[in-house]
Design a protein around this ligand. Sequence first.
Ligand code: C5P
Length: 395
Amino acid sequence: MELKRIVLGVTGGVAAYKAAELARLMVKDGLDVQVVMTEAARHFVGAATFQAITGHPVFTDLWDERVDNGMAHIDLTRGADAILVAPASADFLARLAQGSASDLLSTLCLARDCPLLLAPAMNRQMWEAPATRRNAAQLEADGVTLLGPDCGEQACGEVGFGRMLEPDDLLDSLAARFQPKRLTGLKVLVTAGPTFEPIDAVRGISNTSSGKMGYAVARAALEAGAEVTLVTGPTCLTPPRDARTLRVTSAQDMLSKVEEAADHHDIFISVAAVADYYVLNRSEQKIKKDAHILTLELAPNPDILANISSRPKPPFCVGFAAESENVEEYAELKRRRKHLPLIVANDVTEAVGADEVQLVLLDEAGKHVLEKADKHIQARRLIAHIAQLYNTRYQ
Ligand code: C5P
């Protein structure tokens, strides 16, 4: 089932300010978000913030006259695919575990016919208290999903369990629940980002790859139920929480990690923008400035993807081809040269660093255009295509 409409419940806790960022990410992901706040939440963050982000009025009161038939407790979840309460306070967990319907949000949770997910956030002693343990266990037994909490620094200055998961992790967990599990039981290896080829102790050659596409592919594979290893060059992005992430710098580093991992992965998706050359006359120390011309000698890097795809028993290999002209023609040549069942072509002048891209998938059957969309959406479409090809080939 596709996730389209969500009720975001916000209860009283310092983490309520992060719910605004969560709402923003949800809207960006194409979700229709209806926010319902408890009275206590309004002490931490204003309803106007959520209203501006979601484009919908925010509700708190069971007796709100803005709902036509006076049935806010039913109307607001009608057609919703899920309710996510983030943050969910200790008091809210207690009320839910008791089946209390003392305000609009708890009543909506009780009267729902869609999944309920809670992101607990509270002081670590409150989370560890026997009553909260009991309530959390009861809620799970009742079929409610708890996302987190995480361990870390808390608003009160203490460190421990009770911290709300970060908004992007919450959205990942939510989205994952609604994606078809096309890759369950499979291991997927993804490379992402640029590589950095050192010139000396502090300088190097790299490129403008942001890593966004590779990280989105890793996320989409996780959502589809795969076990994911992400080998990433230097980027500013946070890797998906559930991926095994290996950080590398140069192409040579990336090659050795990929070579080690490839044997026990079923699918290899090579998204990284690997530098074509490395510096042969690299200096261990910082090169001193002088008036002379400095000549760098560049030698070709190994082709990581070709190296893996030419093995006697390769995983199912998928390449990316960033081209600036004759995109499809050059990509298809590359696909054949590297013996790939699938290559993903994009126009490098539009794709690098952007959030939205158009992709063309080239395989034995021909070409499939994925019309311009956010990289996360394109990554899900790509994973669906890979799963279909993989299943036809091996099952
Ligand atoms: O030949 P080209 O660099 O355009 O091929 C792009 C594809 O090959 C991408 O999938 C990229 O991740 C991969 N590649 C690689 N190692 C290299 C160069 C490219 O794995 N040294």
